[in-house]
Write a protein that binds this ligand. Structure first.
Ligand code: NDP
Length: 253
């Protein structure tokens, strides 16, 4: 069966909405058991219940990935509850846009704490846990970067900085862990309809996004990215999908 994840145990951060929620559902429907992390406990508990109602296996583990201790506990609990850890999808992220000059530097800290440090903490905790896997051995770390990790743009400099960091880190990590059978995949979505923009307080950002969306036409849905992630996870152990860039057809940069 194509895209079969039967037997895999997969931990997903940012599973309370958007791409993470869609990916959790897609992984569960492909046969994986899933551990769900996010700060909004009610959302991940409802998602876990929905997956279990559909006959899947899911555990909700409320977590703030920006807190190193909580990130580590998430990975350990995912392993304990699911019995192994085959996949980690580092998806949690925030995008707070605006020019550098005059920016609220607390917003920079939030982006660096979640997009960069949260991803590093979960990865650091997951590598030794994945090395415990036997029959099959190995593991898979999927890091959600962005088109913004390849193309910088006005008003996105600090978000660009965090997503560029995800790409550089992922390639270095790939070279370090390949001999343990651990694969690393970078996912780079273009414009996806989710809650990501809603956290911006600057009205110029909302207006700019609306204009951009009109230019693109049909933007991506979270399921489109979930499908790409499942495809990468479902490859046989000798095949490593290193990087997947997915834009809406109408998106120029
Ligand atoms: P959403 O805002 O819908 O989802 C973001 C997720 O991250 C939520 O589940 C949120 O959960 C979680 N999150 C935020 N902060 C934390 C934290 N401190 N600890 C744990 N979880 C946290 O947006 P998307 O689905 O669009 O975003 C998912 C990823 O995709 C992000 O990394 C984003 O940068 C990336 N991306 C998105 C694109 C788009 O166009 N939408 C394009 C390119 C990349 P909670 O608030 O409950 O903690």
């Amino acid at each position: 069966m194509p895209n079969d994840l039967t037997g895999q145990a997969i931990a997903i951060t940012g599973a309370s909405s958007g791409i993470g929620e869609a990916t959790a559902l897609a992984c569960a429907r492909a046969g994986a058991s899933v551990a769900l992390a996010a700060r909004r406990a009610d959302r991940i508990e409802a998602l876990a219940a929905r997956i279990e109602d559909e006959g899947g296996r899911a555990v909700a583990l409320p977590t703030d990935v920006a807190d190193e201790r909580q990130a580590r506990v998430f990975i350990e609990h995912a392993y304990e509850k699911l019995g192994r850890l085959d996949g980690l999808i580092n998806n949690a992220g925030v995008m707070l846009l605006g020019p550098v000059e005059g920016a609220d530097t607390d917003e920079w800290r939030r982006m660096v704490d979640v997009n960069v440090l949260g991803l590093l903490y979960c990865t650091h905790a997951a590598i030794p846990v994945m090395k415990r896997n036997e029959d099959p051995a190995g593991g898979h770390i999927v890091n959600v970067s962005s088109v913004a990790g390849r193309h910088a743009s006005f008003g996105a400099a600090v978000y660009n900085f965090t997503k560029w960091g995800v790409c550089g880190f992922s390639e270095g990590l790939r070279q370090e862990v390949l001999h343990s059978g651990i694969r690393v995949t970078i996912i780079e979505p273009g414009f996806v309809e989710t809650e990501l923009l809603d956290h911006n307080t600057n009205p110029m950002v909302q207006a700019g996004a609306k204009h951009r969306k009109e230019e693109i036409g049909k933007v991506l849905e979270a399921d489109d990215i979930a499908n790409a992630i499942v495809y990468a996870l479902a490859q046989p152990p000798h095949v490593s999908i290193n990087e997947v860039l997915v834009r809406p057809t109408g998106q120029r940069t």
